[in-house]
Design a protein. Structure first.
Ligand code: T4K
Length: 381
């Protein structure tokens, strides 16, 4: 019980199972560049996610970058996006020489406030890039209506929503494309990895070329691509982990429900509702909002974070600061009121959650959280 507890812990198959999986690589010597495991995993994931097209990538970030590149937007075009996300989402826009236009979020589920999108659209807008943050699904219907009205592309950052469905439809079917992360910290990991799902058949070839330097043949390089291919060791890990995904998500769900039981009725604490009946969640994160009643602070959140650290429990402030306030581009882009996003960034703490997290540890964590809140320390007046 005295071991450090981190916010998450990578899910891994049995050592022997992985070793058996990679053994053939010592015979084939084929280690990367769209090998057999890469192709098998693309097929397996397409089936698991119920999507028509899927392209595997080296990580979620490159998947975002190359999706934007594949859309062929002109330099300086604007992309409406959420600032309440991991920095990767915003970086991918800027690294494509596009301009992020930040839109505030809803405090009900922390996803982009679809009713604030239209007022941000200009003649330069080409796309909307929302995030299914913490696995909470955006209002995909309304976002599509807006996109159709203004002829915009919709690219979902679905890094947190792998394996989720809405009314039985895999989350990767919404918008023009959805991007997933299979990083070691995710519900499903390929060590490092990611994927793009989409409908348009032609996009598969485009992405295939872009992830392989833009090479068409031994002597022809037709465009400036990147190296974003998933290697065989990562694909092998992905094939192994796919088998245990159901069990993994069940264990996460049980622990989420246990947290909710323990922390559900405490004044000043707001949990993320996982009660949309038509949604199957994958329980990647357990965010808790410490309500200060003020649009400032982080008082109680930071206090709890410190108290947990004293007990060697490492929660995380996902996502503080919001990406619009990142030191590398603060104040560089259009100023928009981002009240809710800053409030969430200042007051949310993500508690440890992973399949093997012992229930005694959940008791310990919830007791510390409860005692901080009930003692009232750290509240911003
Ligand atoms: N879009 C969104 C919305 C995202 O959240 C992300 C990634 C992306 C795009 C980009 O996808 P990728 O290019 O990463 O595939 C972590 C992850 O590195 C990052 O993947 C993730 N989002 C982000 C939310 O969290 P850090 O800086 O917090 O990671 P780190 O190293 O502090 O790890 C957190 C905890 O995870 C550790 O305390 C223990 C555990 N862990 C970590 C590693 C690296 C393991 O158990 N095993 C490991 O190998 O960013």
């Amino acid at each position: 019980m005295n071991e450090k507890v981190l916010v998450t812990r990578s899910s891994m198959p049995e050592f022997e199972e992985y070793v058996e999986m990679i053994r053939p690589l010592w015979e084939s010597h084929w280690l990367t560049n769209m090998g057999d495991y890469h192709n098998r995993l693309e097929q397996g994931l397409k089936e698991y996610m119920g999507v028509p097209q899927l392209s595997l990538m080296v990580n979620g970030h490159m998947a975002l970058e190359l999706t934007l590149q594949a859309m062929g937007f002109p330099e300086g075009a604007e992309v409406i996006t959420t600032p309440f996300t991991f920095i990767s989402t915003t970086h991918a826009i800027i690294r494509n020489k596009l301009v992020p236009v930040f839109c505030d979020i809803k405090l009900s589920d922390y996803t982009i406030d679809e009713e604030k999108i239209e007022e941000l659209i200009t003649e330069k807008t080409v796309a909307i890039l929302p995030v299914h943050v913490y696995g909470n699904i955006c209002n995909v219907k309304r976002i599509q209506e807006i996109a159709d009205k203004y002829n915009l592309k919709v690219i979902y950052d679905a890094a947190h929503a792998f394996g989720e469905t809405v009314n039985g439809t895999g989350v990767g079917n919404f918008g023009d494309a959805s991007v997933f992360s299979f990083h070691a910290t995710k519900v499903y990991n390929t060590i490092e990895g990611g994927a793009i799902t989409f409908r348009e058949e032609g996009l598969y070839k485009k992405l295939y070329n872009l992830k392989n330097f833009g090479i068409r043949s031994e002597e022809v390089v037709a465009e400036v691509g990147a190296n974003a291919k998933m290697n065989e060791f990562c694909a092998a890990m992905g094939l192994c982990n796919l088998k245990y995904l159901g069990e993994n998500i069940r264990e996460r769900k049980n622990r989420s429900e246990y947290y909710t039981e323990k922390l559900g009725n405490i004044p000043g604490l707001k949990l993320c509702a996982r009660d949309e009946e038509n949604v199957t969640y994958s329980y990647g994160y357990f965010p808790v909002l410490f309500e200060t009643g003020k649009y400032q602070g982080g008082g109680m959140r930071d206090f709890v974070y410190d108290k947990l650290r004293e007990a060697e429990i490492y929660s995380r402030k996902y996502f503080y600061p919001i990406t619009a306030d990142a030191a590398c581009f603060k104040n560089k882009y259009k100023k928009v009121l981002l009240e809710n996003a800053r409030y969430a960034g200042d007051n949310i703490l993500v508690l440890p959650l992973y399949p093997e997290l012992p229930y005694e540890m959940l008791d310990r964590i919830t007791e510390i959280v409860k005692s901080c809140v009930l003692s009232g320390n750290g509240v911003v007046e």
